[in-house]
Design a protein around this ligand. Structure first.
Ligand SMILES: Cc1cc2nc3c(=O)[nH]c(=O)nc-3n(C[C@H](O)[C@H](O)[C@H](O)COP(=O)(O)OP(=O)(O)OC[C@H]3O[C@@H](n4cnc5c(N)ncnc54)[C@H](O)[C@@H]3O)c2cc1C
Length: 402
């Protein structure tokens, strides 16, 4: 957004509570690599120029990449400045920080979709003898006691942590709810390449049937590894991870798992098949059938006949629970009445109801890719156009920009 505002000659400042790339520096586990390939982290005027476009950045590499970008575009970042409140101050807004106040006509909320781990209420019933961690506290398996680990949640974070922890010799049980399965590579190319090329990631928020639902879809079960390995549930059971259903409750120290595991897996297999059908149709229509490998389908997810419906957390079998149950944004400092009953910001593709207040980086904000690094550029181009027209007093023009 800073780059797009700069291009339009709009005076602005970027306030950051930590250093540039703070979330990658402070909130991720040690072994994490991006699950999007190097070529895919495209920012306005800045792409990948190395010799490994299909590789996956480590955390030090992504931090360096974002730092290089901030320098290249001379972003006016004021670091170590925490915004403590934003409120209306006719005209515009008053932004209060721990290093002084700012008055401005417009504000772009770009504080990220993943500020706080989303932990279910049942967490309160976990017996005291079992350690509990969220993905922002988790760094590596050495942190954990020896013994069994229950990982709750089987999307990108849960499957990656389950894989690493199980390989460390701590037997993992993985509680699986709704999830999105995908092969890492398909017909010889990365799945992200296909979704990018076929326009899946560009699908707009006003084109999908149910945007409320689309914004809640969990992340793909994907990991970025040098081996380009698929990290689905079959890969995990292949190394000995045990699958159970969604964690439904904990009573008297006993975890209760939903009986829906088989159905959830069948649904994920079905949806993966639909995605691959879309890709196959696109490949056929674009004359790629002769150039890429033949279409194939992965075997269905293997589920044991009677997965356990309960587990005694007080028995000592499970020493640690890791809550990989998603993240949510933190707007506790936003004092502008733009929230719905569930506490989420009401917006139309990032344009809030408060004039001059914009939102970025949320799940499916304007496009399916909006919450990816690669999605920021297109959204910033659109929203900076709206913001520029608003500053010019051209409200009708602002609507047309979108
Ligand atoms: C575990 C994990 C893995 C991910 N892997 C990928 C991936 O492989 N590829 C990909 O494209 N995306 C990935 N993402 C999504 C990724 O976080 C986003 O693509 C990207 O970080 C979005 O950038 P952002 O600037 O919107 O948010 P963030 O990177 O979260 O940046 C928000 C910034 O706002 C700052 N901030 C927050 N509150 C305040 C405040 N009150 N005052 C001042 N500053 C504040 C934060 O310090 C932070 O630096 C992953 C996310 C997670 C959680």
């Amino acid at each position: 957004m800073s780059r797009c505002l700069g291009e339009r000659g709009i005076d602005h400042v970027v306030l950051e509570r930590g250093e540039v790339a703070n979330s990658w520096r402070t909130e991720r586990w040690d072994s994490l690599r991006l699950l999007t390939p190097n070529w895919q982290s495209r920012l306005p005027g800045f792409g990948y120029e190395g010799d490994d476009p299909d590789g996956f950045r480590t955390m030090p590499e992504i931090i360096a990449f974002i730092e290089r970008y901030a320098t290249a575009i001379s972003a006016p970042v004021q670091t170590n400045t925490t915004v403590t409140s934003v409120r209306g101050a006719d005209p515009g807004y008053l932004v209060t920080t721990d290093r002084g106040d700012w008055r401005c006509r417009t504000v772009v909320l770009a504080t990220g979709a993943c500020n706080i781990p989303r932990i279910p209420a049942v967490a309160e019933a976990v017996p005291a003898a079992v350690a509990a961690l969220d993905p922002m506290q988790y760094r590596n398996p050495d942190q954990l006691d020896e013994g069994g680990v229950l990982v709750v949640g089987a999307s990108a974070t849960g499957t990656q942590i389950a894989d690493e922890v199980h390989r460390s010799g701590r037997p993992v049980t993985l509680a699986v709810g709704e999830h999105v399965r995908a092969p890492r590579t398909y017909r010889g190319k990365d799945i992200e390449w296909w979704m990018d090329a076929a326009g899946v990631l560009d699908e707009r928020y006003d084109e999908v049937d149910d945007i409320v639902r689309a914004r809640k879809v969990p992340s793909f079960q994907l990991a970025g590894s040098p081996e380009r390995a698929t990290l689905d549930l079959n890969a995990l059971t292949g190394i000995g991870v045990r699958l159970v259903g969604r964690l439904a409750g904990i009573r008297d120290g006993k975890a209760q798992f939903s009986g829906s595991l088989r159905n959830k897996c069948a649904l994920a297999d079905l949806k993966m098949g639909r995605l691959l059908d879309t890709i196959d149709a696109w490949a056929r229509d674009h004359g790629l059938d002769g150039e890429v490998e033949a279409a194939l389908r992965l075997p269905p997810t293997r589920v044991e006949d009677s997965p356990p419906l309960g587990m005694d957390l007080a028995s000592g079998e499970i020493r640690t629970i890791i809550w990989a149950t998603g993240f949510r944004p933190d707007f506790s400092w936003l004092e502008v009445p733009v929230f719905d009953r569930k506490g989420q910001i009401r917006h139309d593709g990032g344009v809030t109801e408060a004039p001059g207040l914009y939102l970025m980086g949320m799940q499916f904000l304007r496009r399916r890719k909006s919450a990816l690094i690669d999605g920021a550029g297109d959204d910033a181009r659109d929203l900076s156009g709206h913001l520029a027209a608003y500053l010019d007093g051209r409200t009708a023009a602002a609507e047309r920009v979108l």
